[in-house]
Design a protein around this ligand. Structure first.
Ligand code: SF4
Ligand code: SF4
Length: 157
């Protein structure tokens, strides 16, 4: 977590107050830049050389989520910390079947795949343009916002 917090695109404390923001957990110097080319607002920069780690200008980002599904490393999710008084909202990429359904209670996991807390699915987007990468949005108790990154596979529960 400390390494992540020092990475070029990781939000500072005040960035969480902006609304839904992308969290880019891309710390390797790999030749990759779809996050940069797909962003309609030019908010993400990789630049030259293409092995640069991405940076993001949160003031340009609308939280549209396009970069999530286009990242081949599944390294981006969107977090809305103040979704409501008690809950945060996370939108993350998910490529396993079966997909959860809206309204379903799921187990949300940390970066090690360990269960952190329960979540409630509020939206599932499975768009052809996203090439079988579904986007799952779920609410959860906001105290866990630094740990929740995805959900437990339903076929593993
Ligand atoms: S959420 Fe949308 S606007 Fe924000 S960085 Fe991603 S693609 Fe760009
Ligand atoms: S598309 Fe994903 S893996 Fe590639 S540079 Fe951007 S965040 Fe990293």
């Amino acid at each position: 977590m400390e390494e992540l917090k020092l990475s070029t695109a990781f939000p500072k404390a005040n960035d969480y107050q902006r609304g839904p923001i992308p969290i880019i957990e891309c710390t390797e110097e790999i030749p990759c830049n779809p996050c940069e080319t797909v962003c309609p607002k030019g908010a993400i920069k990789v630049g030259n050389p293409i092995t640069n780690q991405p940076t993001i200008d949160f003031s340009q980002c609308t939280g549209c989520g396009t970069c999530i599904a286009k990242c081949p490393g599944l390294a981006i999710y969107i977090l809305h910390l103040n979704y409501n008084e008690k809950e945060a909202l996370i939108t993350f990429p998910f490529e396993y079947l079966p997909l959860p359904q809206k309204g379903q209670t799921i187990s949300l996991v940390n970066r090690l795949g360990e269960s952190v807390c329960v979540g409630r699915v509020v939206k599932v987007i499975n768009h052809d343009l996203y090439d079988h990468t579904a986007l799952i949005s779920a609410t959860f108790s906001k105290e866990h916002y630094e740990n929740v990154v995805s959900m437990k596979r339903l076929d593993k529960e």
